[in-house]
Write a protein that binds this ligand. Structure first.
Ligand code: DAH
Length: 329
């Protein structure tokens, strides 16, 4: 009896000090298996009396039951530890935001260009971009710009050589298209232009859209109507528009158009006028027969006004935070 009790204490402490399922299984086999220590105890009973055997088995079964209980309990405990460790190891942080692919955003300048193209296509204008590398003839000479005009200066214009340059205005396209097409002509020319300027309202590259109509009876009122309608459509609010007499070598009469903001600030957004007879002559269009009007809109200017952008340079700094603001335009 005493040995049984001793054995039990022994097994108990072994179970307690086991940390692996294998170890527990080995204890079970060693003590309770067919050829285990407990079975051996029974063999020793061979010569005992019935009463002794009875007493023995009462205690024996009790202890066996306790051991099985302890083994099962320990196994549950160990399995829980194993599971906890696995959960900890394979943990997925579901609160982490997923990796998503971001959609690109149309740059506000491109958005304005698309808007302008769409507006003018409804009035029957075709659109072409033209060349950014121009020659002196199309950019200046044919547009009636005198040889000594300051705009031709190295300080303003990026020259490649004596004759080739980065176009300083989309007006050069007026010449190219009038030489190529027969009237009636209705075109817009959106695109990049280049000037040697850099501050909060100027960048060396910016965008203009030129418009040109050559028809039999086109006049300044037609031009004004188009400009008014375009600006009122583009700024879908009640803006004030001011036509201010101005001078451009390639138009006469000429005007500049300002937009007066609700705080009374005025900003020049375009130049326009009736194409100068000398320019028409340069492209062999008879000004007694045809008249032509033209306009040149600063795309950055109107885009800044429309979205309240104060520094023109922010369009081209590639700051993703700036661009992202235009997700829903
Ligand atoms: N090309 C002029 C500029 O860059 C803008 C301009 C003025 C265009 C009058 C025109 C026009 O077509 O008629 O400042």
């Amino acid at each position: 009896m005493l040995t049984l009790q001793k054995l039990f204490e022994n097994v108990k402490s072994k179970i307690k000090n086991s940390y692996k399922i294998d170890e527990i299984d080995n204890i079970r086999i060693k003590y309770l298996g067919k050829k285990g220590i407990f079975s051996n105890c029974i063999k020793n009973l061979k010569n005992s009396s019935f009463e002794e055997k009875k007493k023995f088995f009462i205690v024996f079964n009790e202890i066996k039951k306790k051991i099985i209980n302890q083994i099962n309990k320990k196994k549950i405990e160990l399995n829980k530890i194993i599971l906890d460790q696995r959960i900890e190891k394979e943990k997925i942080d579901v609160s982490l935001p997923g990796r998503c692919r971001e959609n690109g955003i149309i740059h506000p300048i491109n958005h304005s260009i698309n808007y302008i193209k769409n507006f003018f296509s409804q009035l029957g204008f075709e659109s072409i971009n033209g060349f950014e590398i121009e020659d002196e003839y199309h950019n200046f000479d044919a547009l009636n710009i005198p040889k000594d005009h300051p705009a031709r200066n190295n300080n303003d214009t990026f020259w490649f050589d004596e004759h080739r340059l980065l176009r300083t205005q989309t007006s050069s396209m007026q010449i190219r298209i009038m030489k190529k097409e027969k009237p009636p002509i209705r075109f817009i020319f959106p695109g990049k232009v280049y000037r040697n300027d850099y501050d909060s309202t100027h960048t060396p590259m910016f965008h203009q859209v030129e418009g040109l109509i050559v028809e039999k009876n086109i006049n300044f009122s037609n031009l004004k109507w188009i400009i008014y309608n375009f600006l009122h459509d583009f700024f879908d609010k009640n803006i004030s528009i001011r036509f201010r007499p101005s001078y451009f070598p390639f138009t006469t009469p000429s005007a500049e158009v300002d937009i007066i903001t609700n705080v009374g600030q005025s900003l020049e957004v375009l130049g326009c006028g009736m194409v100068h007879p000398s320019v028409l002559k340069n492209v062999n269009i008879d000004s007694n027969f045809y008249s032509a009007c033209a306009f040149g809109i600063g795309i950055e200017r109107i885009t800044m006004l429309r979205y309240g952008i104060s520094d023109l340079r922010s369009f081209f700094e590639n700051d993703i935070r700036f661009i992202k603001q235009f997700k829903h335009i």
